[in-house]
Design a protein around this ligand. Structure first.
Ligand code: 3B8
Length: 334
């Protein structure tokens, strides 16, 4: 309901829980580096509170998150606009749903979709965008809400697997996942425990907290790593398929997960899912599913994206393995 249609009582009833949520989320994010909601969820709630307080100034109180000037609520990292939005993915939770997704794709009248998919492990980290100009790294940023991310360039430069310079003078953006290996996660939490600091709930939160630091020296100690997986302007690489794009990224010196596989039917998809469900605990990094992409890149473009997610790829999610704070893979909505 627009704030100008609320009664004072209704505004009061909405403000109270809103402040509590924002205070909790603010603390998790800034004091514990342990965000449990995506940035845009926080930002939207924050904007609603600002609107409510503007409409009802008599309700503003000193302890409202909006009153802390540039303190625990303002994120001091510089903002970056993603010209090509960094979408998140739709997800399915069973092979049946996955095959229905593929079937619907086949029925797409506007696009002839070859049933050839590139399967990849779904790395459980946070999305990362790297921009190179003439082969030199000029910017690293997070997804943020998909359109506005945070500049983490100085922090990215401390990650060994991120090339500072490419072997070719390319001006491209490369996207991938920044993650914290399981061993680094265990070591970090043990250290924090010993220092009486709150521990991270899972490697994904630890990676997010470590990457979104103001001080690159802190990031440098966190042993972050990357797996790059996507080039929005793939035409610049002279490739036709996602599998070829991954090979080109390997040639350019990026860390690319070695376990992708081109498949053509349900049997091969099921086999891949079984293999990596079984291997999940042995991997040195966290995965929370499988990503299936239409392999032909021009078809991906033709299929495009719904207002929320690409039509050409889907994430198959494993059942959650631990009951710690599960950061839901919230689909990015515009
Ligand atoms: N977590 C992942 O391992 C992973 C994630 C994505 C994405 O989120 C993703 C989002 C897009 F809009 C486009 C392609 C993508 O491809 C992806 N590929 C992956 N392997």
């Amino acid at each position: 309901t627009p704030v100008n249609e609320l009664t004072l009582q209704q505004a009061q009833d909405e403000i109270k829980p809103l402040r509590a949520k924002l205070t909790k989320w603010g603390k998790e994010y800034y004091e514990q580096d342990n965000p449990t909601v995506e940035d845009y969820v926080y930002d939207r709630a924050y904007q609603r509170l600002v609107q409510l307080e503007e409409q009802f100034p008599q309700l503003v109180s000193a302890d409202s998150p909006t009153q802390r000037v540039g303190g625990a609520t303002e994120n001091q990292l510089t903002k970056v606009r993603h010209e090509i939005p960094m979408l998140s993915m739709g997800d399915v939770f069973s092979i049946e749903e996955l095959m229905d997704f593929n079937q619907r794709q086949q029925e797409n009248r506007d696009v002839e979709v070859e049933p050839e998919y590139n399967l990849e492990l779904k790395i459980d980290g946070l999305s990362l965008s790297l921009v190179y100009e003439n082969g030199k790294l000029v910017q690293g940023s997070t997804r943020g809400n998909g359109t506005i991310g945070e500049d983490v360039t100085a922090n990215i430069r401390t990650i060994k697997s991120v090339p500072a310079e490419l072997p070719e003078p390319l001006s491209i953006e490369v996207r991938g996942e920044c993650y914290m290996p399981k061993a680094a996660f265990a070591k970090l939490n043990a250290k924090r425990e010993a220092e009486g600091l709150p521990v991270f709930a899972n490697p994904r939160n630890a990676a997010a907290g470590s990457l979104r630091q103001l001080d690159p020296k802190v990031t440098a100690q966190r042993e972050l790593d990357t797996f790059m997986y996507y080039v929005p302007e793939y035409q610049k690489l002279g490739v036709k398929t996602q599998a070829e794009a991954l090979d080109r990224m390997r040639e350019l010196g990026f860390n690319v997960n070695p376990n992708n596989r081109v498949v053509h039917n349900r049997e091969e998809i099921e086999k891949y899912i079984e293999e990596y469900t079984a291997q999940r605990d042995k991997l040195t990094y966290g995965i929370d599913g499988i990503v299936e992409k239409v392999n032909d890149l021009d078809t991906e473009v033709a299929l495009g994206n719904t207002v929320k997610v690409p039509r050409w790829e889907i994430a198959y999610k494993f059942p959650p393995e631990e009951q710690a704070t599960i950061v839901r893979d919230i689909v990015w909505t515009v």
